[in-house]
Write a new protein. Structure first.
Length: 367
């Protein structure tokens, strides 16, 4: 089958035709991938992880082709969304309702299924399943808990964004930070995740939503999607701009949707006493974080929160996000800037590197 392979750090993906698939085994689902969004995490892996060959792509939607023994939640022909982390429901973290920290789900980092295997084979050698899904391939195999059945006939090109970017952004607002009505929010970085944070803040009924990004197209999109104010950080001192917009009070919640230590520090600086700064984007693994003042953090009771995949329980939250979309509260269509074929996937990756548009989607099997 066709797939786009990560074969070397810093190099473009290679589209090949000779990857084979194993499965589904017991408790697994074989899926025909229709569409897959390109996420910043895919590019981060391409630039830093020497775990090759690997099939990336984790923001995917498709149609069930075959189910393994014991699978009951989906059937052949069902439309599904795929998610990197599906909670097992029985481990310590799941019992604490910390679903993205599910002990069985953490193997997504290592490019394998929980049993240590991978469903992909090339030249009689295993191919790693990047970030738990492997959506840049015509077919993939996931555990049942990583598959969420959705309404048949729905636009898979549109809803694939929920699999990661939207789940991450909206979830960071509703689940991680638990933004309350009437609050003030700062969103730094307005790619697919950041614009989802903006929409999540609007859904949470935040009174003021300040959105910051150097790209004018993204700032304009933020205003359409719910931001009350936008700031170009390349032309303005963001700290001064935020303090001016909040009459010197600062914000209740600051979200770093880029994964940048300087922005995280800035969020801690402009958040008010008792406020929260949320790390939503994934920083480089070796990047250190500098705190403004440990004493100040203690005295002001400011909080620094990490948010992995929006702290979501995919089986519960994905249907809720689809409801938001179908009721008009969540705009997905205007977040898709380009759709490319699998053969042109590197054009979409370059768009992301160049901050061109908001989200690129890859048409794998889509019709």
């Amino acid at each position: 089958m066709r797939a786009a392979l990560h074969t070397e750090i810093g190099k473009p993906l290679s589209v090949v035709n000779d990857v084979n698939l194993i499965g589904p085994k017991e408790g697994q689902v074989l899926i025909k991938t229709e569409y897959c969004g390109i996420c910043h995490s895919d590019v981060s892996v391409m630039d830093s992880l020497d775990l090759t060959p690997m099939i990336l792509g984790h923001e995917a939607a498709g149609i069930v082709e075959e189910i393994g023994v014991g699978v009951s939640s989906v059937s052949k022909g069902d439309f599904v969304l795929m998610t990197p982390i599906g909670p097992c429901g029985i481990c310590e973290m799941c019992n604490l309702e910390r679903y993205t920290l599910c002990e069985r789900g953490q193997t997504f980092v290592f490019g394998t299924l929980p049993d240590g295997s991978t469903p992909f084979i090339k030249d009689e050698s295993p191919v790693y399943q990047g970030l738990g899904v492997g959506g840049f391939a015509e077919y993939t195999v996931l555990e049942e808990r990583n598959v969420v059945r959705i309404e048949k006939g729905i636009s898979l090109e549109t809803v694939c964004l929920i699999g990661c970017g939207v789940q991450t952004g909206v979830g960071s607002v509703l689940n991680t930070a638990k933004v309350i009505p009437g609050s003030t929010v700062l969103v730094m970085g307005l790619g697919g995740v950041g614009l989802s944070v903006v929409q999540g803040a609007r859904i949470a009924k935040a009174e003021k939503i300040i959105a910051s990004d150097p790209v004018e197209e993204r700032r304009s999109a933020a205003l359409k999607l719910g931001a009350t104010n936008v700031v170009d950080p390349s032309d303005n001192n963001l700290v001064n701009a935020v303090m001016e917009l909040t009459m010197g009070k600062g914000v209740d919640y600051a979200f770093d949707a880029v994964g940048n230590s300087e922005l995280i520090t800035l969020g801690l600086t402009v958040s008010k006493a008792g406020g929260s700064t949320v790390i939503v984007g994934a920083p480089p693994p070796d990047e250190e974080l500098k705190f403004p003042s440990s004493l100040h953090l203690m005295m002001s009771e400011k909080r620094l929160l990490g948010s992995l995949l929006g702290s979501c329980n995919a089986q519960v939250d994905i249907p809720h996000l689809i409801d938001y979309w179908q009721s008009g509260q969540l705009d997905l269509r205007n977040m898709i800037s380009q759709t490319y074929s699998l053969e042109d996937i590197n054009l979409g990756i370059q768009d992301l590197r160049d901050s061109n548009g908001i989200r690129s989607v890859i048409k794998i099997h889509g019709s």
